[in-house]
Design a protein around this ligand. Structure first.
Ligand SMILES: Cc1ncc(C[n+]2csc(CCOP(=O)(O)OP(=O)(O)O)c2C)c(N)n1
Length: 315
């Protein structure tokens, strides 16, 4: 989990630098500060479980085991990217690791998840699907539709709200009736649990409970992970809407430093071991950047491929 969070953090920080330097095109939302949610969730899942993500989804994919090379090349818009450079940051997908896609439409995953859950139920595969969404997304209709249907049909879905206190420039405190997202679960007769999203073990425990319940056939759960986004909503966000102290406060609750301190106290990590992990992660990221830089751009005719799914039964 320590190495996993470091991979997400250092990957995102590198992506921010590359974006600022003009190497990565487009528009970017990163998850710096929120690593414990992505990694705690992924640690509670089996490799064949599914994840549906958001506009802030790089960390979810890295934690689920996605290739850094494939992701970096995708962010560069290169032909070797996981979506051949056609998706980019908000439409990354990698079915080989169960990552069914980032999504630019808030709360869209909440209504896709019951569909995935229904497929799992029909196939009796014992898998689970997690859908991530933000506190802002929890105020949209699809959240309620999705939770309702998953609860009604006892589908193996875990709804994970990453509550980072802000929906873009809108404060959670000013936009969410009732305050608690976890408490909304009661309205649908399912368990709802609020957890410390800066504590990777707490997230892992909450999602493990929810995933076990889903695998038993008892239906969905809702986990609300309280976290802090250290960076702007998007890269370049002047953040005039929030006090500067908030990110500093988040840094004091740094999920990586917190786990590192616990591991050192238990004599499971020393300077040499920590340096080895960090150097390994940096080398992996350097390799991903070199791969992306050296990859070709898609060609004009590529615009006409991958438009339709391949249905074997139609051949
Ligand atoms: C349906 C829809 N409405 C509005 C937007 C514009 N938008 C993009 S991100 C965002 C805020 C999202 O906040 P939250 O769900 O809390 O996630 P966070 O950005 O904090 O991770 C908004 C309003 C959108 N992408 N989709």
């Amino acid at each position: 989990m320590y190495a996993g969070m470091l991979r997400v953090r250092l990957f995102e920080e590198r992506v921010r630098e590359l974006f600022a330097g003009g190497r990565i095109p487009g528009f970017l939302h990163t998850s710096v500060g929120q690593e414990a949610v992505a990694v705690g969730v992924a640690a509670a899942l089996r490799p064949d479980d599914y994840v549906l993500s958001t506009h802030r989804g790089h960390g979810h994919l890295v934690a689920k085991g996605g290739s850094l090379r494939g992701l970096m090349a995708e962010l560069y818009g290169k032909a070797n990217g996981i979506c051949h450079g056609k998706g980019g940051t908000m439409h990354i997908a990698d079915a080989s690791v169960g990552y069914l896609g980032a999504n630019g439409v808030l709360a869209a995953g909440c209504v896709l998840a019951p569909g995935v859950g229904l497929s799992i139920k029909h196939r009796k595969s014992g898998q689970v699907v997690v859908t991530f969404f933000g506190d802002g997304a929890a105020n949209r209709g699809p959240f309620h539709e999705g939770v309702n249907m998953a609860a009604l049909w006892k589908l193996p879905v875990v709804f994970v709200c990453e509550n980072n206190r802000w929906a873009s420039t809108t404060a959670h405190a000013l936009s969410a009736a009732g305050g608690s997202i976890a408490a909304r679960a009661a309205g649908y007769g399912i368990p709802g649990e609020a957890t410390d999203g800066n504590d990777v073990l707490a997230v892992w425990e909450a999602v493990t409970r929810a995933a076990e319940r889903a695998r038993r056939g008892d239906g969905p759960s809702l986990v609300e992970a309280h976290t802090v986004r250290w960076v702007g909503h998007f890269e370049g966000d002047p953040q005039a809407y929030r006090p500067r102290t908030e990110a500093a406060e988040g840094r004091q609750r740094d999920p990586i430093a917190r786990l590192e301190a616990a591991l050192r106290e238990q004599h499971r990590l020393d300077d040499a071991h920590a340096a080895r992990i960090r150097d390994g992660v940096i080398a992996e990221i350097d390799d991903a950047v070199a791969h992306a830089e050296g990859s070709p751009l898609p060609q004009p005719h590529d615009a006409l491929t991958d438009l339709f799914a391949h249905y074997p039964w139609r051949d």
